[in-house]
Design a protein around this ligand. Sequence first.
Ligand code: NAP
Ligand code: G4F
Length: 329
Amino acid sequence: MLKALITGVTGQDGSYLAEFLLEKGYQVFGLRRRTSTPNYENVAGIKEKIHWLSGDLTDLASLIEAVRVADPDEVYNLGAQSYVAASWPQPYATGMMTAMAVTNMLEAVRIVKPTARFYQASSSEMFGKVAEIPQSEKTPFYPRSPYGVAKVYGHWITVNYRESFNMHACSGILFNHESPRRGLEFVTRKVTDGVARIKLGLQKQLSMGNLEALRDWGYAGDYVQAMWLMLQQETPDDYVIATGEMHSVRELLTTAFSYVGLSYEDHVYIDSELVRPAEVELLVGDSSKAREKLGWQPKVGFEELIHRMVDADLRRVEAEMRSQIVMVN
Ligand code: NAP
Ligand code: G4F
């Protein structure tokens, strides 16, 4: 039986990847750091099937022990401080969790199990102030946030370990991908959660930042398959994963509000505090290499994705309302 170790398993991508690998018959080990309020919501359906290991990406000894216990064939390094906006107020912590942590994880693998295949969660944020449209594996990086800078480090240290130690290390340069499990602070989920609350009468207004930003939004469930495909190749390499379609935050608002018969203009206001110190205005990916070499392609389109997310938030908020009524009675 193949064994996989996933960092960030409680996050959006980690939970979809764990489900995908369990389905394929893998034994899945999940690294979990200690938090004062543990949150297993994303992995609720598979919690008992995961072998839990205690560790923190900033603590090399814990990672060495995790790799020793799991003895993995494949390691997926998805853990990070992943919210771009938080990287300005917390630049050092972001550097430790998103950049230096990659060296820690690579070192743990190199020392304990150098033959294990390694996946690094790189990001389209590395393209930042984009040098060309669309962005491919050949596009130069110009990060625009401490998060983007940290991801560039993580990307290059992965390439460096591949070249220095002949490790099977891949870097997936993934464009934005979303789902009902997306954190509530990210723009798609903030909007779909806001739409559900407004529709159900719990909220009237929604504060937003830059509505003109353009993103290439795909479905997380499709993207974790690309991670796995990368590690099945004989030769390790780097791949852009994207839909190739670009939409603005304004279009996102129109799509989500109109789906429930509302108009975003009646509810949205701009809060200048939400506008970033340096913005990534536009991201759109060229994933032809992944499509040709991995045979990967996205299945869920933008509109379907946003509709699914609104539906899921409507169900969740309604359930919360019902349980509150029961508690009051
Ligand atoms: P996410 O939902 O924010 O999940 C992040 C995970 O990292 C959580 O499980 C979190 O655990 C864990 N983590 C954070 N700091 C840690 C530490 N010090 N030690 C151990 N675990 C730690 O992120 P995601 O959207 O699934 O993204 C997964 C990865 O892909 C991230 O590296 C992200 O930067 C990258 N990425 C994401 C996208 C995207 O559009 N989603 C695009 C490109 C790249 P807790 O529950 O304890 O916080
Ligand atoms: O949803 P976002 O916060 O995602 P962002 O910054 O693109 O980063 C995400 O994708 C990256 C891949 O490109 C990942 F590496 C990263 O981990 C993360 O998953 O913001 C998207 C856009 C930005 O331009 C932002 O300025 O939406 C704009 N925006 C406008 N109003 C807002 C808001 N973003 C958020 N979070 N909240 C707003 O109210």
